[in-house]
Design a protein around this ligand. Structure first.
Ligand SMILES: Nc1nc2c(c(=O)[nH]1)N[C@H]1C(S)=C(S)[C@@H](COP(=O)(O)O)O[C@H]1N2
Ligand SMILES: [Mo]
Length: 522
């Protein structure tokens, strides 16, 4: 009698595409079900978001500015897409390798799952309980491994009955598992997409803001230059630039919202959203600017903000001697440091609840944010604001400080050409130019333009709204000549300072230099 032995090592393997599919489905099922689960709760990021958030926090300043420059406000979509591409490639590869060496496949998939768990654990944006935040990541890890196991098993080559030559993989078992995994993906993705928590949006829809006790005066008629293509004096909320570290827009319902003011104060204050609305509300137009704005860039906008004067609240709390800073924290764990002086002096810094007549849009900080005239957003404009600690600069580091940015950063005077756009054609008989200039907290006194290497000529200034808002300018080139030309702009503030032509980079405290645009007169 002879003993038949089945070879231990599989002599041949199922086709590579089947292995690749197994890997991909394993990862996709895990991620989809984990994301569906996360979406059901408020303040629980999906595994991909947690990985992205960790990536954002590890991103050095130069890479962040490169990303903003390359992708503008799509930087977040690009980050998510990049994460998905890496995951897809790794899972395809894991599946192919898994045909021969299943352990390596499990190791690859487990590594990604563990990264998801770790990043969920450290995710500063999560506002739900940590245990709840970990569940989607753990589920992603387990589901991916199980699906991988089932699919690879079905791909093992079975011997022909009564023969030791392998017949092929178990096509039926494989197809069954593919169908089950696909159904899991569909369910997870649908829950994530359609049943996701929108607690912030729902809450916002229920908010109605009282009329301000002290409304902003109407915009002076002369503040808006009549010129096609110039930025509107008031930036509509939908066009307002958005910059933050939030991969998923924080959902902060007003129900249960508390703003805590504490630290070096005589009396700690805890204010609900309702308490804030009951304060003396003022409306002020203030031009917000991002430190990452390149010369001539779009990261600046002007809005009417409704809110409580920071001064009113801080004076009530009683700022103690020796405090020089305020550390503010958002619901998503972002921190910002602001000189306490800027919140107490008469520039009228705000704890804002409204933007251009509406509750703050979710992306712009609903329900509460800070707005400080004259300071770049990263040192003043905390969105989704929940905590104000009066302290000293030497006692803390705000989010961007260890990433290479200055601790204090007043907005640098700047001017921008809106018309013409780069390489636009300008009519010979109506060569009009225009744009905006800003020197918040000081005011713009003069704007000059230069054609090619010609003399500097005074532009017409639109009426000033306030020293905290940008000011429009326009200019007509009466003796325009055909051909390609260059226009450059520079501003002078109310102190008589003129913008320097010297180029400064974004890091550590904002750009300088003159904006130039090339165009053709025809
Ligand atoms: N919570 C939070 N607030 C934040 C930021 C952020 O990343 N998180 N970014 C700041 C920066 S860098 C800027 S320029 C302004 C931008 O405000 P906006 O998006 O409403 O234009 O918000 C500031 N407030
Ligand atoms: Mo910014």
């Amino acid at each position: 009698m002879t003993t038949e032995t089945t070879p231990r090592r599989r002599p041949a393997t199922a086709p590579r595409w089947a292995g690749a599919l197994a890997g991909l489905l394993a990862a996709a099922t895990g991620v989809a079900i984990g994301s569906g689960l996360a979406a059901l709760f408020t303040g629980v990021p999906t595994p991909i978001e947690s990985v992205g958030n960790q990536f954002i926090d590890l991103t050095p300043a130069w890479l962040k500015d490169f990303a903003i420059e390359q992708f503008g406000t799509n930087d977040k979509a690009v980050l998510i897409a990049g994460t998905v591409v890496v995951l897809t490639l790794a899972s395809l590869a894991a599946g192919v390798v898994g045909l021969r060496r299943p352990r390596i496949a499990f190791a690859i998939v487990a590594t990604f799952g563990i990264v998801a768990v770790i990043t969920a654990f450290t995710d500063r944006t999560a506002t739900a309980q940590r245990a709840l935040v970990l569940i989607p990541a753990l589920v992603t890890l387990v589901v991916s491994l199980v699906v991988l196991g089932v699919l690879l098993r079905a791909l093992e080559l079975a011997p022909k009955p009564g023969d030791d030559v392998p017949e092929g993989f178990d096509r039926r078992a494989f197809m069954r598992a593919v169908l089950v995994a696909s159904a899991g993906i569909a369910v997870g993705a649908s829950v994530w997409r359609f049943l996701g928590s929108d607690a912030g949006a729902a809450s916002r829809a229920s908010v109605s803001l009282p009329a301000p006790a002290d409304a902003a005066a109407p915009v002076p008629a002369g503040a808006q230059v009549d010129l096609d293509g110039i930025s509107p004096f008031i930036t509509p909320n939908s066009d307002f630039y958005r910059i933050d570290t939030a991969l998923q827009v924080p959902q902060v319902p007003v129900e249960g919202y508390t703003l805590r003011i504490h630290g070096m104060v005589d009396q700690e204050l805890n204010l609900s959203f309702r308490d804030l609305l009951a304060e003396r509300l003022v409306e002020r137009r203030i031009t917000l600017t991002c430190v990452s704005n390149e010369v001539g860039g779009p990261l600046v906008g002007n809005a009417a903000w409704l809110g409580v004067l920071t001064k009113d609240l801080l004076e009530r709390a009683g700022v103690q001697a020796g405090a020089d800073a305020v550390k503010t924290t958002s619901s998503d764990g972002m921190t910002i440091g602001t000189p306490v002086e800027a919140l107490l002096d008469d520039r009228e810094s705000l704890i804002a609840v409204g933007m251009n007549g509406e509750p703050l849009p979710l992306q712009h900080g609903f329900p509460v944010r800070m707005v400080v005239p004259g300071l770049y957003g990263y040192v003043s404009a905390t969105k989704w604001l929940v905590d104000i600690e009066v302290t000293r600069f030497e006692d803390f580091e705000a989010y961007w400080t260890p990433r290479g940015y200055a601790e204090e950063a007043p907005i640098k005077m700047s001017s921008r050409i809106d018309v013409p756009r780069s390489f636009a054609e300008v009519p010979l008989d109506n060569a009009r130019f225009g744009g905006v200039a800003w020197a918040q907290d000081t005011g713009i006194e003069r704007v000059e333009v230069q054609i090619d290497d010609g003399p500097w000529q005074d532009a017409d200034l639109a009426e000033e709204d306030s020293i905290n808002t940008w000011r429009q300018w326009s200019w007509t080139w009466d003796d325009a000549t055909e051909g390609i030309h260059n226009v450059t702009v520079r501003a002078t503030d109310a102190n008589g300072e003129t913008q320097t032509s010297e180029r400064a980079r974004i890091v550590p405290d904002g750009t300088t230099g003159w904006h130039s645009v090339q165009f053709r007169v025809a």
